[in-house]
Write a protein that binds this ligand. Structure first.
Ligand code: FES
Length: 174
């Protein structure tokens, strides 16, 4: 039986340790800022990359982008809340971000989506009625070799099996 692969414990740690595999999501954000010469006017584009890699505009990432681009955090939040295509941290007590990029999709994300529907009657973009679980999707979390990948409460989990996801979600919504 293949083992589940845990890539990270927290986004903050990832950012501190550039050598860990866990850095990939942050690296993708860094790349977007670098590509734009850390120009303040690239804020919206960079926020798009944050959302595509994290599934939503995670607070740590907003602070990080604010500092890196030299844009006041209040302004970053202003932009993040103004545009309807941005999603701030979801309201659920627990968060499951499914990577729906091509590699993950081919390797079994549809089955993971079915599992969430079956166990908690929830799908991407939704939060359970009791607010225990929010499910989001990301376009690629930068760990394609470990597909299918999900980020469960901030922890990137590779080679995720439906049974493992079911167990975790059952714990969360118990
Ligand atoms: S497509 Fe899922 S990690 Fe890249």
């Amino acid at each position: 039986m293949e083992e589940t692969v845990l890539i990270s414990d927290s986004p903050k740690e990832n950012r501190k340790d550039n050598k860990t595999k866990a850095d990939r999501r942050w690296k993708m954000v860094d790349r977007a800022m670098r590509k734009n010469g850390y120009e303040q006017h690239s804020l919206i584009e960079v926020l798009h990359v944050v959302q595509e890699t994290f599934g939503y505009l995670e607070n740590d990432a907003l602070e990080y982008v604010s500092k890196a681009l030299g844009v006041p955090l209040s302004q970053v939040y202003g932009v993040a809340t103004f545009y309807h295509f941005f999603t701030l941290k979801p309201q659920g007590e627990h968060t499951c971000v499914l990577c729906t990029g091509t590699a993950c999709y081919i390797k079994g994300v549809p089955e993971l989506i079915d599992t969430l529907k079956d166990v908690a009657d929830v799908t991407t973009g939704e939060t359970t009625e009791d607010n225990k679980l929010s499910v989001l999707s990301a376009r690629c979390v930068g760990a394609c070799g470990l597909a299918p990948v999900a980020v469960l409460d901030g922890e990137v989990v590779g080679k995720l099996k439906p049974g493992q996801l079911r167990k975790k979600v059952e714990e969360w919504i118990a």
